[in-house]
Design a protein. Structure first.
Length: 226
């Protein structure tokens, strides 16, 4: 039974979404503030969090950052408007996906299934690879740099595995969006660009140009190392 924690301050919206998810076979609990949501993560031990951006007290961005610092629990952000800044900040805070409200429970459930499928999936070629001082284990789904484990969120891991499967190949943002997030490309590259930014912070050397994930201007990204 998949456990979903809904952190949403509007009781009607929260209970409506929770009811729809329960009808689909999920175990869903609701929290109405950032503080309650963080406590719910510890108490309920969910498999995934659906997190509203606008919350009383600690806002959704900060809740997402704290969840991400603690581990790799998948997070889907809810935003009331299709605002570029809200979406970008949410993704850079560590969200795995976002949904613009109002959202139907069936749409949300489809996004949840996709995020959990990505979090649980392994690539078919099980092997351990060394790329410079970066080591990828495609069987255990672990990443380390210089022997130090690097915890990655599910979307970050999927992105790294997709790029590193074909070193030197240039992937367009559309190709990565479909491969990693299973979304059709409709001209929106925010998921890809925000995830690349987060991944670079974790695997690149801060004082040097990007070595592993390189931008090919006008086309997309490729995996090194150079």
């Amino acid at each position: 039974m998949v456990r979903v924690l809904l952190i949403e301050d509007d009781p009607a919206v929260a209970e409506g979404l929770a009811l729809g998810l329960r009808r689909q076979g999920y175990t869903a609990q609701v929290r109405h503030s950032g503080e309650e949501g963080l406590a719910g993560v510890a108490e309920f031990d969910p498999d995934l969090v659906v997190l509203d951006v606008m919350l009383p007290g600690i806002d959704g961005f900060e809740v997402c950052r704290r969840i991400r610092r603690a581990g790799t629990l998948p997070v889907i952000m809810l935003t009331a408007r299709d605002e570029d800044m809200d979406i970008v900040v949410g993704l850079e805070a560590g969200a795995d996906d976002y949904v613009v409200k109002p959202v139907q429970s069936r749409v949300l459930e489809a996004r949840i299934r996709a995020v959990l499928r990505r979090a649980d999936s392994a690539t078919p070629a099980g092997r351990r690879e060394a790329h410079g001082d970066l080591t990828l284990d495609r069987t255990a789904l672990t990443v380390s740099k210089g022997g130090r484990p690097i915890p990655l969120a599910p979307s970050e891991l999927r992105l790294l595995l997709a790029l590193s499967a074909a070193p030197g190949r240039v992937f367009s943002r559309g190709q990565l969006l479909e491969a990693v997030w299973e979304h059709p490309y409709l001209g929106d590259s925010r998921l890809v660009d925000a995830c690349v930014k987060r991944l670079r912070i974790k695997i690149e050397d801060a004082e040097r140009p990007a070595r592993y994930i390189q931008t090919v201007r006008g086309f997309g990204y490729r995996f090194g190392p150079l």
